[in-house]
Design a protein around this ligand. Structure first.
Ligand SMILES: Cc1cc2nc3c(=O)[nH]c(=O)nc-3n(C[C@H](O)[C@H](O)[C@H](O)COP(=O)(O)OP(=O)(O)OC[C@H]3O[C@@H](n4cnc5c(N)ncnc54)[C@H](O)[C@@H]3O)c2cc1C
Length: 453
């Protein structure tokens, strides 16, 4: 009998198992893969809140030693708006990393083993054991077809977005948005490593590039689903370089002069949250929350929700709280942690062009270092949309809106309403806020939220 069985041993499962084993619990970690296991078809940027978890757990030096340089700045270019800002810190960590996924997964699974978790590799979970509606264990099929059972007080599904555990417990999806875009990317050699993530939004294309591991650079483009075409590798390369021609001709030229170092890969990810816990079970990582990779947040979210779930289960197993109650509370805490960034990601993932007003706001951010860092902090998950789009923050930003341009007329109007009507400030402000909110997309609701800044 184990205390906890964790199904899935990558960026969400291994840390959950490691933290619970370190807390003294008896843990079984199961994966149908064997490690080291081929890298999943995904890019690999880890925002500062994720890097912070690696540091807290004593794994950061090992990850840094694999040859992935710190990334200190994120940028967004969209037409005339060019924003590049230093990452605001998550506690004392102000850099991101983009380590090789196979190596990262290997470091995490070995850390779980070192902490005392027992690992079953090549073991496919195909059935859950239940008792009176509560999950009590798993049945696995090994490589040779042999069936094994294991029992535990909690079974954790860390088995990815197509989670078998979620299907077996019938965990309901909510806030689902389907697939919003499709991307193609690869790794490039001989491009300068300057510690910057560059993203570009133009004509319904989202182009991205950043330094990753072993001197390589990720280069890719996301298209709205309806515009995505399946192409052969040469045509994919031409299509990607053409997008860079449009948004950063110098970079496009460098791509022509240097070499692709890997095959072209394609990804499309649906967006949803799943009910993350019930009697004797919980979900963590992509199993409980899958979102478009456009904000590159999956690893960061997996690491921080592993920490949250391990704390919740430890509370229950050590008797500080009733286990069923603790698991029930996990759902709300997980949603509080991820929902605003999830909505931000879904909005971003439509790859819609920025409106003239949004561009004015982005240009205003380039003049205000605090807002520039805040904006990249929202992307990176270290500043919440509630903080950045709060009334106080947006009102401050209005001081930096460029003056004298035709496209800025509505913003200037709003500015007048918000700041310049003595004696009628209350109602005028509320009207002004509603007008601004209507022009800054889905996040505008945080400006209008009760208690906002
Ligand atoms: C195209 C693309 C680009 C991305 N780019 C980024 C990025 O730049 N940055 C970022 O942070 N995130 C990115 N992500 C998201 C990130 O890859 C995921 O969020 C992350 O891998 C989720 O980790 P996980 O451990 O929850 O699940 P997974 O990595 O999916 O691991 C699940 C594990 O469960 C095992 N498993 C599944 N079913 C069973 C079973 N029945 N029995 C036993 N074992 C089982 C699997 O073998 C696997 O090892 C990207 C994703 C995609 C698709």
């Amino acid at each position: 009998m184990y205390d906890v069985i964790v199904v899935g041993a990558r960026v969400s499962g291994s840390p959950t198992a490691m933290l619970l084993a370190r807390a003294g619990h008896r843990i079984l970690l199961v994966d149908r893969a064997t490690f080291p296991s081929a890298k999943p078809p995904a890019t690999n940027l880890i925002h500062p809140p994720g890097v912070l978890r690696l540091k807290r757990w004593g794994l950061l030096d090992e990850v840094l030693a694999t040859g992935c340089p710190p990334i200190t700045h994120y940028g967004l270019e969209s037409g005339p708006a060019r924003l590049m800002a230093p990452l605001p810190p998550a506690e004392d960590v102000a850099f991101a990393l983009s380590p090789e996924r196979e190596t990262l997964d290997e470091i995490l699974v070995r850390a779980a083993g070192k902490a005392g978790a027992e690992l079953w590799e090549g073991a496919d979970v195909h059935r859950l054991l239940t008792d009176d509606g509560a999950v009590t264990g798993i049945e696995v099929r090994g490589r040779g077809g042999d069936a094994l059972v294991a029992r535990a007080r909690v079974v954790v599904g860390a088995d990815g977005s197509n989670s078998k555990v979620a299907r077996l417990v019938d965990a309901a999806k909510y806030r689902a948005r389907g697939v919003l875009n499709k991307s193609s990317w690869t790794y490039w050699s001989d491009l300068p490593h300057d510690g910057k993530v560059r993203t570009y939004r133009h004509r319904h294309r989202h182009a991205f590039t950043w330094p990753t591991h072993d001197g390589l650079t990720i280069v890719g483009v996301a298209w709205p689903t309806a515009d995505f075409a399946v192409r052969d590798p040469d045509a994919t390369e031409r299509a990607v370089v053409e997008v860079f021609d449009d948004v950063d001709p110098d970079f496009a030229q460098r791509l022509r002069e240097t070499k692709r170092a890997d095959r072209w890969m394609t990804g499309a990810v649906p967006n949803f949250l799943r009910a993350p816990a019930g009697q004797g079970w919980a979900l963590v990582g992509d199993a409980g929350y899958t979102r478009d990779p456009i904000t590159a947040a999956g690893i960061m979210e997996s690491l921080r929700s592993a920490e949250l779930l391990a704390e919740v289960i430890d509370d229950g197993l050590s008797g500080r709280r009733d286990l069923t109650e603790a698991l029930a509370g996990y759902g709300q805490r997980r949603d509080d942690l991820v929902t605003a960034h999830y909505e931000y990601t879904c909005d971003y993932a439509t790859v819609a062009d920025h409106s003239a007003e949004e561009l004015e706001f982005i240009q205003a951010m380039t003049r205000s270092p605090v807002h520039a860092a805040g904006m990249v902090g929202v992307f990176a998950g270290s500043v919440t949309p509630q903080q950045f789009y709060s009334r106080a923050s947006i009102h401050d930003l209005l001081d930096y809106v460029p003056r004298g341009r035709d496209a800025a007329w509505r913003v200037r109007f709003v500015r007048w309403l918000v700041k310049g009507v003595p004696g009628r400030l209350g109602p005028a402000r509320r009207l002004g806020d509603r007008l601004i909110a209507g022009h800054i997309g889905a996040m505008g609701k945080y400006l209008l939220a009760p208690g906002s800044g």
